[in-house]
Design a protein around this ligand. Structure first.
Ligand code: SAM
Length: 279
């Protein structure tokens, strides 16, 4: 914990409604800055009053920072006026077209410590939907370093062998398009005000292509098997209105009694492809 950061946070009136828990641990801030190279162009989502931003500006070619809070923008302008490689944009990231931001390079990196209640919408905004072969925002991004609740980080990186129902729709969406890895666990006392739960930094390396071929019924299949995760796959799919479920499962040799959470992304894709014949 860095006293200087804590004092500056206390002087600023943080807004709970915007999830303003600022990172005040210089080791974690340095760790984030070190994860980028000096040639990168970076989009920082939710810079707050600029503790991470300042470190990024010292290291990289250009930072475009999108912040929704007018008061935070004022503070950023005051504190970071000496940097000519910063572009501040007062805007809601969920309404921002990433391709329209003033970057020169074809691909950018994204760094985001965002309010946890918008983790899923932000991921959907940056990566697109499960069944989108290409997406303009995703195409623009090479890598994302995202701070999320530890429990959500585990869900993002989970696979069919993970415990505690961690594997689900969020794991499929993220791993469909990216290699995902927890790169640092960040205890709650690294933030001010201190939140209720611990966090983790997740690195998403965005792949050129989706992990599996996208089929017409992929999205519907994924939501059917995970929305009713206590049921076996046969019942979940039939309850969701799919026809030819038994035939499709037999065709690809998947036992009817398994649950969705026992299937890999590849298995789910095969299942959705087999279902196409009957739906
Ligand atoms: N990056 C800073 C840090 O690490 O200390 C601040 C992180 S704080 C958890 C989240 C920041 O995101 C706040 O400054 C908040 O105002 C901003 N924010 C919240 N919703 C946003 C949105 N929809 N678009 C852009 N920024 C948003």
């Amino acid at each position: 914990m860095d006293l200087n950061y804590i004092i500056r946070t206390k002087k600023f009136k943080t807004k709970k409604s915007l999830g303003q828990n600022f990172l005040v641990d210089s080791n974690v801030i340095d760790f984030i800055a070190k994860s980028t190279s000096s040639f990168d162009e970076i989009l920082e989502i939710g810079p707050g009053i600029g503790f991470v931003t300042e470190k990024l500006l010292e290291k990289t070619k250009k930072v475009v920072a999108v912040e929704i809070d007018k008061e935070a923008i004022k503070e950023l302008k005051k504190n970071l006026s000496s940097y000519d490689n910063l572009c501040l944009i007062e805007q809601d990231i969920l309404k921002t077209n990433i391709c329209s931001l003033p970057f020169e390079k074809e691909k950018i990196k994204v760094i985001a410590n965002i309010p946890y209640y918008i983790t899923s919408p932000i991921l959907a905004h940056l990566l697109g939907e499960i069944d989108e072969e290409t997406n303009p925002n995703r195409n623009k991004i090479e890598e994302i370093i995202l701070m999320v609740q530890l429990e959500v980080a585990k869900r993002i990186c989970a696979d069919k062998n993970s415990k505690n129902k961690e594997y689900g729709q969020l794991s499929i969406l993220c791993q469909m398009f990216c290699d995902c890895e927890i790169i640092k666990i960040v205890p709650k006392n690294c933030f001010s005000p201190v939140p209720k739960v611990d966090s983790a930094l997740v690195r998403f390396r965005v792949n050129e292509k989706p992990k599996v071929k996208i089929t017409r019924l992929l999205k519907r299949t994924v939501s059917a098997i995970f929305n009713q995760r206590r049921k076996n796959i046969k019942n979940s799919l039939q309850n969701a209105g799919f026809l030819g479920v038994v035939e499709a499962l037999e065709k690809i040799d998947i036992p009817k009694t398994l649950r969705g959470e026992n299937l890999s992304i590849e298995d789910i894709q095969k299942l959705s492809a087999a279902l196409e014949e009957y739906n």
